[in-house]
Design a protein around this ligand. Structure first.
Ligand code: GTP
Ligand code: SPV
Ligand code: MN
Length: 592
């Protein structure tokens, strides 16, 4: 066996002192054994890790309640440990690497006593892809072990790929005692190492996801000349059969999964799914931008997912091709033993247990499913999976869409002028915070490229890295900015969103094909009246106008905030972006 893998695993076992070490082979038989352990043995608080659900509703599916204090990413406990603080930037919590390890060591010492240490060899990306990366994660949670098998490519192939090399990504994970007091998610970019303890939740514990594919990945990408991004990848097929590939960056719980599995309302259009959360971007030999999805599954937000809003996801969850599907912190309809969440059906089932498996009382004023409850399902169960998904080269990108959750200010859609202007608008993105992380919900924060919690190094340097692609790309994609979440004075969404977002994508395709003229606005080119296909949609002219309105005073306040945001980075924000900001301020001052 590959000697460095063996050595590293032995060292971690010596530290954590498990009863048993289990090397995962990624087989279905093994997944069944692991799930059985979660049903009969492993506990989280008073509940078993897994309980079986009725296969008539969702085949091969299991419910998982997490610890009640462990329901979302914990950004305040997430650190990036570069040797120099400035390299982490104000966008990351920072700790000196030696200090961080000294803090963690006693927490890991003996933390797996009485438990099993699972070794998970996995590959991010298709094994044949030049962009794929082999990794080893250790965990003491069967939930994490099973989730990793759904979300990544687990198996001996990863070990073969690593061979006798030292060059693999290492992740050490333990649930510890699940106490938020002893919970840390620490990254060591210099060593391609992640150490996570005290949480069993999604992005804190499935280390291939945000920890490796984005935080460590962005640092590797900076060194090697590529980009690790919080983006979906889709192919959009027009009625003439032509497929164009798009990337879409939206902050957590702002619509990526829904857009990635879109069932367009417009006749003749079809969306092919390649990824719903993470994209690795490389410049191809032809000077175009190519994207691969390093993951192999969806870890999607349950609330709001229904036959009406996202029929393709409901079909995915009902598909039994790849075993199993997990439902984390949803409610359960006890009459049917079926998972339920707010929005799944219009009527709420009579007899529910809530996400902590307690009888649900609607009078409590709380939701039955946790607002950040999620499903974990293989991408191979998705009926709209693109035939290009397993193409090791990835797909060539024609358009990049950036979007946030904004009640005001940001129009439904604009096309930016060029790469630099696109990078500028992406760098000033703001979004209202959601329940995907533990913090105050609904406040606007700057979230450049939807990467604020995930960029593993100083964001000023990250902007410069983005700008550097202008020279490398012979055929740069067009960059668009969208906002599905604008509200009217009564607090209702003006744009219907979801499947109707295909109307906006169609206009983007028309722009790329040179078929739509558009009109100049302060922020870029927006559709002319009549260019957006609104057939069959009940929306007033006034509503449409409001979706694109730009208010001078609120934009003045917005740019003041952006300037403050830029200034935090101590001179690392490229001058070109300050120039773009000056030019925007100038345009705002000339608004009527
Ligand atoms: P992460 O997995 O956290 O990265 O989230 P995501 O960006 O994939 O978000 P997702 O698609 O799961 O959507 C999050 C929430 O936004 C869900 O409650 C959706 O119902 C809602 N949502 C998605 N698209 C739209 C839209 O076009 N309009 C409106 N109003 N809501 C939407
Ligand atoms: C997000 O929060 O952006 C997610 C879920 O996609 S997690 O895996 O927890 O990061
Ligand atoms: Mn995400």
């Amino acid at each position: 066996m590959a000697k460095y893998i063996k050595k590293w695993v032995e060292e971690q076992a010596e530290l954590t002192k498990p009863d048993k070490v289990w090397w995962m082979d990624g087989s279905e038989k093994e997944a069944r054994e692991l799930i059985n352990i979660g049903i009969t043995k492993e506990m989280i608080g008073d509940n078993h890790t897994f309980s079986g659900l009725n296969a008539k509703f969702f085949p091969n599916s299991y419910h998982h309640p997490s610890h009640p204090t462990d329901v979302a990413r914990t950004e305040h406990l997430t650190f990036v440990c570069h040797p120099k603080k400035e390299d982490a930037g104000p966008n990351n919590n920072w700790m000196d690497p030696d200090e961080a390890k000294a803090k963690l060591r006693p927490l890991y010492d003996g933390c797996m006593k009485g438990r099993t240490l699972y070794v998970i060899p996995y590959i991010m990306g298709h094994p044949d892809s030049p962009y794929a990366k082999p990794c080893i994660q250790i965990t003491d949670s069967v939930y994490v072990a099973v989730s990793m098998r759904i979300m990544t490519r687990v198996g001996p192939e990863a070990m073969k790929k690593i061979g006798d090399s030292k060059d693999f990504v290492k992740g050490l994970h333990s649930v510890g005692d699940l106490s938020p007091e002893r919970r840390w998610i620490m990254h060591f970019p210099q060593e391609n190492l992640v150490m996570s303890i005290g949480s069993g939740y999604g992005g804190n514990a499935l280390l291939g996801k945000k920890c490796f594919s984005l935080r460590i990945g962005s640092c590797i990408g900076k060194r090697e000349g590529w980009l690790a991004e919080h983006m979906i990848i889709v192919g959009v097929q027009a009625p003439d059969g032509d497929v164009k590939y798009f990337l879409g960056a939206f902050p957590s719980a702002c619509g990526k999964t829904n857009l990635a599995l879109l069932d367009p309302v417009l006749k003749g259009y079809k969306v092919w799914t390649l990824g719903d959360d993470i994209a690795w971007l490389n410049v191809g030999p032809d000077g175009r931008l190519y994207a691969i999805n390093p993951e192999a599954g969806f870890f999607g937000v349950a609330p709001g997912t229904s036959e009406a809003t996202n029929p393709v996801m409901i079909k995915t969850l009902k598909n039994d091709k790849f075993y199993p599907t997990l439902f984390t912190n949803t409610a359960v309809d006890t009459d049917n033993n079926a998972p339920w969440w707010e929005g799944l059906t219009e009527a709420r089932p009579k007899n529910l247990i809530d996400w902590q498996k307690k009888p649900y009382d609607p009078a409590s004023g709380k939701t039955a499913a946790h607002p950040n409850s999620r499903f974990t399902v293989s991408i191979y169960n998705c009926p709209t999976l693109s035939p290009e998904f397993d193409n090791p080269k990835g797909v060539p990108i024609s358009g990049i869409i950036f979007g946030g959750r904004r009640k005001t200010n940001i129009p439904l859609v604009v096309e930016t002028k060029d790469w630099e202007h696109g990078v500028f608008l992406a760098s000033i993105m703001g979004s209202e915070t959601t329940t995907a992380a533990l913090h105050q919900v609904g406040v606007v924060r700057r979230d450049p490229m939807a990467m604020l919690p995930f960029c593993g190094y100083n964001m000023g340097d990250y902007f410069a890295h983005w700008l550097s692609f202008a020279k490398k790309l012979k055929h740069p994609p067009k960059i668009f900015m969208v906002n599905w979440f604008r509200k009217d004075s009564e607090g209702r969404f003006i744009w219907p969103g979801f499947r109707d977002n295909s109307r906006v994508i169609k206009w983007m395709i028309d722009r790329i094909d040179g078929k739509a003229k558009g009109r100049e606005t302060m922020l870029g080119v927006s559709p002319q009246k009549g260019e957006l296909d609104l057939s069959g949609l009940d929306i007033s002219d006034a509503g449409m106008e409001e979706l694109f309105s730009i208010d001078r005073e609120s934009w003045k306040a917005e740019t003041a905030e952006i300037e403050k945001f830029y200034q935090q980075f101590g001179g690392r924000v490229p001058k070109a972006l300050f120039k773009q900001l000056d030019s925007l301020k100038d345009k705002i001052s000339k608004l009527p």
